[in-house]
Each structure stands twice: as C-alpha cells, then as structure tokens.
Design a protein around this ligand. Structure first.
Ligand SMILES: Nc1ncnc2c1ncn2[C@@H]1O[C@H](COP(=O)(O)OP(=O)(O)O)[C@@H](O)[C@H]1O
Ligand SMILES: [Mg+2]
Length: 151
C-alpha cells in the first residue's frame, strides 16, 4: 500500500512499479473517475520512454505506444456499456503475449482477463490530493473464487 499526495508522486510510484513489468504482462487498473489511473499509465510509460505518447483513449478504447524496447497497449473501458461489446473491439487480440497491456476500468471485465495479472487499485484519500494505491499479483479469478466459496 502506498499513499501519495500529488499527481507527481503517483507517477513516481508507477514508474517504480513498472520495474516489475515484462512484455506479456497485464495490469488491471481500478478506481473511480479522477483517482489517477491515467497518471499511473503515464508513470509506467515514462519508465519505458514513451510518456509523450500518452493520452486518454476515450474514443478509440485502445492506444498503442511503440518504442524499440517495448510495446504498451493502453485500454480505457470507461465507455464500454456491456462486456459483450468487447468482442467487437478486438479486446481479446490484445493478450497475444506481446507487449504490456494496461487496462483502465478493469472492474468491468475482471472475468475476461487472462491470469495471472497485476491489480492496481486507486482510491481517494481523506484530503483532495491524497490517493491510496494498492497492488497485488492476481493468480486466481476473483469471481471464480467467490463462486467456489459459496458452493
Ligand atoms: N495524489 C494524486 N495522484 C494522482 N492524481 C492526483 C493526485 N492528487 C490530485 N490528482 C489529480 O487527479 C486527477 C487524476 O486524473 P486521471 O489520472 O485522469 O484519473 P483517472 O484516469 O482515474 O480518471 C488529475 O487531475 C490529477 O492532477
Ligand atoms: Mg483515465
């Protein structure tokens, strides 16, 4: 867990975290609007030298940033109404093991993410500039685990 007190600190955390990432990794970013998911994407991209390419892929859903070292695929599912529509977006083609995939609003598609993945959750803190970041490697489907417990 990490508390940050500015946009810059969140980016700094993200570029440290990016040291864990390799081609083929998937990062699920969750948290309300304005908690800093795109800032985390920027921090990760900064580490790989493609920060200047980042924008919110609001209309395209998927943006790709390519450097000689790595490809980063940045997905924003904010506007995705039903997960069934993902079949039309080429979403599943993203997970070909090539490049790092960063998914904003991943809570909409938990069950569709290939395991294992990194989960980074962001929350507002008490003061307007505070954010609480939590991260973990997910190796079992959260929904499937829940169903197993209830059975
Ligand atoms: N500690 C912080 N970490 C990240 N962003 C912060 C922080 N404090 C304030 N902010 C502001 O919150 C907003 C986060 O925006 P953004 O990264 O686009 O969020 P999201 O992608 O989750 O909707 C930015 O305007 C940023 O300046
Ligand atoms: Mg965003």
């Amino acid at each position: 867990m990490r508390k940050t007190e500015s946009e810059a600190e969140t980016m700094e955390w993200a570029s440290e975290f990016a040291g864990n990432l390799r081609s083929g990794d998937v990062v699920a970013l969750t948290g309300e609007l304005g908690t800093g998911k795109t800032q985390v994407v920027k921090g990760i991209c900064d580490r790989f030298g493609c920060l200047e390419m980042v924008s919110s892929p609001t209309f395209t859903i998927i943006n790709e940033y390519v450097t000689p070292e790595i490809t980063i695929k940045h997905v924003d599912l904010f506007r995705l109404e039903e997960s069934a529509r993902m079949f039309e977006t080429g979403f599943f083609d993203l997970f070909d093991g090539h490049g790092i995939v960063l998914v904003e609003w991943a809570e909409k598609v938990y069950d569709c993410l290939p395991l294992p993945y990194w989960h980074v959750s962001l929350e507002h803190g008490l003061r307007p500039w505070e954010r609480v970041i939590k991260w973990k490697r997910v190796v079992k489907s959260p929904a499937r685990e829940e169903r197993r417990k209830q059975a």
